[in-house]
Design a protein around this ligand. Structure first.
Ligand code: HXC
Length: 514
């Protein structure tokens, strides 16, 4: 008996050794943790239960039959984060560069299936050189098995991907299907093909960092939602992100205890909008006054900055916020902003997270660049995402709500439940100057003083439309509110909408304009 226990202990020891001390040291030298160290920091102490520790690969080509490591380059199992069940896989770069073999894929698929059956989030810590080159097509098949399960789980359980090292080839597509990607600055990369292949094919000279580093994907491509300063920062972001989400699509996010203060009015909001309607202000300041203190977690912070999206809490409840950002490109809607916001709206709707829209948008950005890159299709994505969302939806028109953007930004007409406007709201087809130039063109041209005439007509148009009252008369706006009352109004309205039930017509699935 003792011998048998010793044998088991020996095997466990081997599995814990990964690719051996030299490779572990090399991992540490790069500023990276090992797969097991990462899990140690991610999960509640003592909660991790490993599954498949002794799995080895079945490869027999290129001498692989003599080179086996228990676990085969990925640690899989389940554990708790702040007491909540999660399923995890953590790729071990010290074993064949974390590359994906047939059995490595089977291990990941096994926990994905458990996560789906048991309705708990899946967290992947990715650090992989892609398909295990020695295995050929079975490795490609393994990737496809994972992609397929990612899609089956999409919208059922939250799926989060932290990129902790190089992720090349197939290693990038599973994260791309999941809900959120987090990358680590300077030590993680994502690309379909690395710099060497790029050089051969396109003759471009580019570093790994430039091609697919955290900053590139956080600012240029939008592939990653978070760029984290180190691995611990990334792990902490995973935990915080998860705190806003429920376990699965049948549940609501757990509220935090919150007792309403004596006074929830926020007087500074009454002066936050500049006198001149063309002057910018930072919408994050509005968010910080409306949300519970220090609860705003911005998503895609450095990408398409003309729209701000993220999670927050309102009286302890999780909400998703979508806000035009006048401090960047005047808060205009463009291709990137539309897609960024649409994806966020759909995530919140999947997981029963109510939506709050703070609107100050001069319209869609005109021009060839926008048109040729599909602003029609991309703007329609946002329109579609709001229209199909069945969670409680509230809009506050802070200032501008012009043109198509008025309709798109969660207007009453596309199913918002409550629409408020501040007295500073301007709701019209376009700005007063542009409108006057078009509808009074002849009168202005024929006038003795065209400039003076334009100003007069502009003023007239602004008086009629640059306010919230026309919309309020129609009921398109439910109430014009003092800005300082916004937080109180929203707390009450979201509470009122708590039991909202609305079902879209039965269908196989909609056809969002991709
Ligand atoms: C098998 C691999 C491997 C792989 C790395 N290794 N990638 N083994 N299959 N794909 C092994 C190396 O042999 C080495 O083993 C160890 O991992 C560490 O690799 P290094 O190259 O020394 O590390 P580093 O310099 O940090 O470079 C990491 C890397 C590079 C950028 C990931 O290894 C690399 O470019 N790998 C290949 C990436 C790739 O092209 N993958 C296939 C993509 S095709 P030892 O024994 O020395 O420790 C694909 C198709 C799927 O994935 C498509 C599905 C849609």
């Amino acid at each position: 008996m003792n011998n048998k226990i010793a044998l088991l202990q020996d095997k466990i020891k081997q599995a814990h050794a990964g690719g051996g001390p030299v490779r572990i040291e090399s991992q540490h030298k790069k500023g990276k943790l090992t797969a097991r160290e990462r899990l140690h920091f991610l999960l509640d102490e003592g909660s991790f239960e490993e599954i498949g520790m002794l799995v080895t690969h079945r490869s027999v080509d290129f001498g692989m039959e003599t080179e086996k490591y228990p676990g085969d380059g990925v640690v899989t199992g389940y554990g708790n984060i702040n007491g909540r069940l999660v399923y995890v896989f953590s790729q071990d770069f010290t074993v064949f560069g974390g590359s994906l073999s047939e059995t490595h894929a089977e291990k990941i698929c096994k926990i994905m299936e458990l996560a789906l059956k048991n309705g708990a989030p899946l967290i992947g810590l990715n650090d992989s050189g892609g398909a295990r080159i020695q295995e050929g097509v079975v490795s490609l098949g393994g990737y496809a098995d994972i992609f397929y399960r990612n899609v089956q789980a999409s919208g059922v359980i939250p799926q989060l991907s932290a990129i902790m090292g190089p992720c090349a080839g197939g290693a990038v597509y599973s994260p791309a299907i999941t809900d959120f990607i987090l990358m680590v600055e300077n030590t993680s990369y994502m690309f379909v093909t690395g710099p060497n292949v790029v050089k051969t094919v396109t003759h471009e000279e580019v570093s790994s960092e430039e091609l697919g580093g955290a900053s590139t994907h956080a600012t240029k491509s939008g592939v990653t939602h978070f760029s984290c300063s180190n691995e611990i920062d990334a792990i902490n972001h995973v935990k915080r992100l998860l705190s806003y989400m429920p376990q699965n699509c049948e549940e609501i996010p757990a509220p935090l205890a919150y007792s309403l203060g004596q006074d929830e009015t926020r007087i500074t909001l009454n002066t936050i909008i500049p006198e001149n309607a063309n002057q910018p202000y930072d919408v994050r300041e509005v968010i910080s006054q409306i949300a519970d203190q220090d609860t705003f977690l911005e998503v895609h912070k450095d990408y398409a900055e003309n729209i701000v999206v993220g999670f927050a809490r309102l009286a302890g409840r999780s909400i998703g916020i979508i806000a035009n950002q006048p401090a960047y490109l005047a808060g205009v809607l463009d291709n990137h902003a539309s897609v960024k916001a649409a994806r966020f709206v759909r995530f919140c709707d999947c997981f029963n997270i109510p939506l709050l829209v703070l609107e100050d948008v001069p319209g869609f950005l005109p021009g060839t660049d926008q048109e040729w890159n599909g602003i029609i299709t991309n703007g329609a994505k946002l329109l579609y995402a709001f229209s199909e969302a069945t969670v409680p939806r509230i809009t506050v028109i802070i200032r501008k709500a012009y043109g198509g953007a008025y309709d798109v930004m969660n207007s009453k007409h596309i199913g918002a439940d409550m629409n408020y406007a501040w007295p500073t709201a301007e709701i019209a087809v376009m700005g007063a100057k542009g409108a006057a130039e078009i509808i009074f063109k002849k009168e202005i041209q024929l006038s003795a003083d065209p400039e003076e005439k334009l100003l007069e007509k502009e003023k007239m148009y602004a008086e009629i439309f640059a306010n919230p009252y026309r919309a309020a008369e129609r009921g398109f706006v439910d109430e014009v509110i003092e800005p300082s009352a916004t937080r109180t109004k929203l707390i009450k309205a979201f509470k009122m909408l708590e039991n909202k039930v609305v079902n879209n017509p039965r269908k196989k699935h909609g056809n969002i304009p991709l």
